[in-house]
Design a binder for this molecule. Structure first.
Ligand SMILES: *[C@@H]1O[C@H](CO)[C@@H](O)[C@H](O)[C@H]1NC(C)=O
Length: 197
C-alpha cells in the first residue's frame, strides 16, 4: 500500500500505450493490448494500427480477424499500460483505477473530492469535470421524471432523467439540493457536502 501511495504522487507523468517496436527486416502482426478490435501491422520497421472489419476481433494465435465469439478477449482497464496511470471508471466519479503497469487497483477519492480525468487525480469536488449520469442506472420503462438525482460536484444543481439522458436543473434562489430528501430545500435546512458549491 505504501508503494501504491508513493507512486500515486507521480500519476499523470507517464501514460503510455506504445505501438510495438517493429523489426525492420521482418513483417509481423501484433495485437493491440487495449482493444480487441485492433492490431498493429509491422512493415519495413513501421507499425500501423489496423482495425478488424465488421466489429471482428483480432486473434494473434491465428493472425486473423474473426467474430468475437471465436476470439478470447481479455482487455482490462490497465491493458497495455506501462508505468503509472490513473484511469477513470465509467460513470463513477468517487473512485478510479490506478494502473501499475497492467495491474489495476481501485482507489476511492477522499470525502469532498471527485476524480478528474484531466488531472489524473481526485480534486476538490467543485473542480472536477467528472459527471455521473444517474439515468443509465434507471430502467427507462419505470423511470419517473419526478425523481431528482444529485450532481456530485454541486449543491445547487440536480438531474432529472429524460429516458437515458440527464437533464440538469438548478435549485431556485438560495435553495440548495438536499441529497437526504432529494429535492431543493432552504439552505438553512441542509449542510452541503464538502467540496461542493
Ligand atoms: C474496480 O471497479 C470497477 C467498477 O466498479 C470494477 O468493475 C472492477 O472489477 C474493479 N477492479 C478492481 C481491481 O477492484
Amino acid at each position: 500500500m505504501v508503494m501504491i501511495l508513493l507512486v500515486a504522487s507521480f500519476v499523470g507523468v507517464c501514460v503510455a500505450v506504445v505501438p510495438p517496436t517493429c523489426d525492420v527486416t521482418v513483417s509481423s502482426f501484433h495485437p493491440d493490448p487495449t482493444n480487441c478490435n485492433q492490431y498493429y501491422s509491422c512493415f519495413q520497421g513501421v507499425a500501423t494500427l489496423q482495425t478488424c472489419p465488421d466489429g471482428k476481433y483480432y486473434d494473434s494465435t491465428r493472425t486473423l480477424c474473426d467474430i468475437p465469439a471465436n476470439v478470447p478477449c481479455t482487455v482490462g482497464p490497465c491493458s497495455g499500460n506501462t508505468g503509472v496511470a490513473a484511469k477513470a471508471i465509467s460513470n463513477i466519479c468517487t473512485s478510479y483505477t490506478l494502473c501499475l503497469d497492467e495491474n489495476p487497483f481501485n482507489l476511492t477519492c477522499a470525502d469532498g473530492t471527485l476524480f478528474d480525468a484531466t488531472y489524473g487525480d481526485c480534486v476538490l469536488a467543485r473542480d472536477s469535470k467528472c459527471v455521473e449520469n444517474p439515468c443509465l442506472a434507471v430502467d427507462p420503462a419505470t423511470a419517473s421524471p419526478a425523481t431528482f438525482y444529485p450532481v456530485l460536484n454541486s449543491c445547487k444543481k440536480y438531474i432529472i432523467c429524460d429516458k437515458l439522458n440527464p437533464v440538469e436543473r438548478t435549485c431556485v434562489g438560495t435553495t440548495v439540493f438536499s441529497r437526504t430528501v432529494s429535492k431543493c430545500v432552504a439552505s438553512t435546512d441542509y449542510v452541503c457536502p464538502p467540496g461542493t458549491v
